[in-house]
Design a protein around this ligand. Structure first.
Ligand SMILES: NC(=O)c1ccc[n+]([C@@H]2O[C@H](COP(=O)([O-])OP(=O)(O)OC[C@H]3O[C@@H](n4cnc5c(N)ncnc54)[C@H](O)[C@@H]3O)[C@@H](O)[C@H]2O)c1
Ligand SMILES: O=P(O)(O)OC[C@H](O)CO
Length: 342
């Protein structure tokens, strides 16, 4: 097992967010040898993590390592952290981070685990981080890829991407989270990696809706492929490397999300496709399904960049404008014919 011990002692990591992915990624860091403190809002949950070595609300039955503890005190979590990992919902990050920014350790690397785009500003999460903290982009990293939290928490094998403009920083984070079951690759294309993560949630909703409607695997394959095409178009317009989208942050995450019942976005879409209303679907969804809000901010980004994203537009229509899935399907299929590569 990798053990990122340096001359000053083990690498310290703070993880803000004690939900599914914050806890599971905290476990990865701890298994890789880091000293990890999770921050959570609720004292009962922090106490449960410390006393039972489990997170009963988000990852029941998963035994957490000894070198991971939890606190409700953000200053205590942030103190001396080499890496400050952010794992809260994308739409609350700005407000949360404003409170935590004065507490951050000097020179800490900020790491976003989030897969969303901010409503209103259409900013990617690393942009929100830079905007709120004024930390330069070469100290802001992103972890993304096909990483369903429940599978990682069961220590099932997965690969991931660690992206940072500064490759040396990405390599430090790569070492800090490399375990026998979690294999991170580096990438310097932060824009592409973040877009891959955010847009796959929207395509995951679309595939879930199709599944819920009883459509077949041809529909699924078509949505995944054309979803990747529209993600790549947006990425190109925003300066991303198109190759990023055929990697783990693009195709890899799309495949995992669109094929797994563990995906909250996929499940949310399936419920809508089966005929549940938005309100009913929200009521049965206990965790963050980022695509539900980010479909609107992704469409906003597409319009700002003059990019056509018909699947995203269809998802916005179904989720936010009350378009019946069958009507949306007909509209999507009857658009004017065009060459594949445009
Ligand atoms: N779960 C996964 O499999 C997974 C994998 C990769 C990336 N992600 C991404 O990670 C991010 C976090 O997802 P998650 O799965 O941990 O979500 P989650 O719903 O399981 O947990 C969210 C956490 O944020 C907290 N939270 C909610 N509202 C808050 C607020 N207003 N202020 C502060 N904290 C608040 C919750 O209490 C909880 O601890 C999302 O962007 C998601 O897309 C999730
Ligand atoms: O449960 P979802 O839909 O948020 O997906 C989780 C991860 O992003 C999969 O990589």
């Amino acid at each position: 097992m990798t053990n990122p011990v340096n001359s000053a002692g083990p690498v310290k990591a703070a993880v803000f967010g004690t939900g599914s992915w914050g806890t599971a990624f905290g476990m990865v860091l701890a298994d890789a040898g880091c000293d990890v403190t999770l921050w959570g809002r609720r004292a009962e949950l922090a106490d449960a993590v410390n006393s039972t070595r489990t997170n009963p609300d988000y990852l029941p039955g998963v035994e957490l390592p000894e070198n991971l503890r939890a606190t409700t005190d953000p200053a205590k979590a942030a103190d001396g952290a080499d890496f400050t990992v952010l794992a809260v919902p994308s739409q609350t990050l700005r407000q949360n981070l404003a409170a935590w920014a004065p507490l951050l350790a000097p020179d800490t690397v900020l790491v976003s685990l989030m897969k969303g785009v901010e409503l209103g500003s259409a900013m990617r999460m690393s942009e929100v981080v830079e905007d709120v903290t004024k930390v330069p982009g070469d100290r802001v990293a992103v972890v993304t890829g096909p990483n369903l939290a429940r599978e990682i928490a069961a220590r099932q094998p997965a690969a991931a991407v660690v992206a940072c403009r500064d490759e040396a920083v990405a390599q430090r984070l790569q070492t800090a989270c490399h375990t026998p079951y979690f294999r991170p690759y580096t990438n310097t294309d932060v824009v592409g990696c973040e877009l891959g993560g955010a847009v796959k949630n929207v395509i995951g909703l679309a595939v879930g809706i199709a599944d819920g409607m009883g459509l077949g695997d041809n529909a699924k394959g078509s949505l995944i492929t054309r979803g990747l095409a529209e993600t790549t178009r947006l990425g190109l317009a925003m300066g991303a490397d198109p190759l990023t989208f055929s990697g783990l942050a693009g195709l890899g995450d799309l495949v995992a999300t669109c094929s797994s019942p563990l995906s909250r976005n996929h499940t949310f879409g399936t419920n809508l496709g089966k005929g549940m209303t938005l309100e009913e679907t929200i009521a049965v969804t206990k965790q963050t399904a980022e695509g539900v809000k980010s479909c609107e901010s992704v469409l906003d980004l597409a319009r700002r960049h003059g990019v056509d994203m018909p699947i995203t537009e269809t998802v916005v229509g179904i989720v936010h404008e009350g378009t019946p899935p069958m009507v949306a399907l007909k509209e999507l299929m009857s658009r004017s014919a065009k060459p594949e590569r445009r």
